[in-house]
Design a protein around this ligand. Structure first.
Ligand SMILES: *[C@@H]1O[C@H](CO)[C@@H](O)[C@H](O)[C@H]1NC(C)=O
Ligand SMILES: *[C@@H]1O[C@H](CO)[C@@H](O)[C@H](O)[C@H]1NC(C)=O
Ligand SMILES: *[C@@H]1O[C@H](CO)[C@@H](O)[C@H](O)[C@H]1NC(C)=O
Length: 163
């Protein structure tokens, strides 16, 4: 049986890193989306998407507050930096069709020694979350104010990662 060992080890290693890369999803709470200028083109108030961002794989980190904002009649930012209080978490609003139809492009990077040895032990996970009113569960909008809020945690399924 000994001859099998060299074959089994690499397989076990691949299996481990694949599992760890995809084991946890993102949890978003306290989502608020506001865009007064959406229904009142005269409004000069900017638009914003705010949320608390947590990763099921790093439960020791408190949910990180993120806020993406842009001026009235402008488009959401197209780059990630500065979107979250902890820069290892990042949010992009893309595409944006209004408070009732937007997608959050989410990412989180952290040290995971199961994916490789330093400096290859940084795992980045990605998820896109579509928020649509009224079809997305727990995403409620008051269209007369163009303002939406989540009433419970919403899970964003992680679909890819890089290490
Ligand atoms: C949501 O916001 C409330 C009030 O700011 C805060 O107490 C709570 O911890 C937040 N929820 C999460 C899961 O971060
Ligand atoms: C930011 O998040 C990373 C993990 O993504 C964590 O290691 C680090 O301690 C956090 N920084 C702060 C200031 O909380
Ligand atoms: C999210 O959507 C963007 C296009 O809007 C795409 O480039 C990106 O690869 C997607 N990310 C995931 C994790 O599917």
């Amino acid at each position: 049986m000994l001859y099998q060992l060299p074959l089994l080890l690499p397989v076990a290693f691949l299996f481990t890193s694949t599992i760890s890369a995809f084991s946890g999803n993102f949890e978003l709470t306290n989502i608020t989306v506001s865009s007064l200028s959406q229904f009142n083109p005269d409004s000069v108030e900017g638009s914003y998407v705010e949320l608390d961002f947590a990763d099921q794989d790093t439960p020791e980190i408190e949910p990180v507050h993120c806020c993406v904002q842009w001026s009235a009649n402008a488009s959401p930012p197209t780059t990630w930096p500065g979107s979250s209080d902890n820069d290892t978490f990042a949010v992009l609003v893309s595409p944006w069709a209004g408070v009732q139809a937007l997608t959050l492009d989410l990412q989180h990077s952290y040290i995971d020694n199961s994916v490789g040895e330093y400096p290859y032990n940084v795992l980045t996970k990605f998820a896109n979350l579509s928020l649509e009113y009224p079809s997305t569960q727990y995403y409620d909008c008051d269209m007369s104010e163009a303002k939406c809020q989540s009433s419970s945690a919403i899970t964003a399924i992680v679909t890819s990662s890089t290490a």
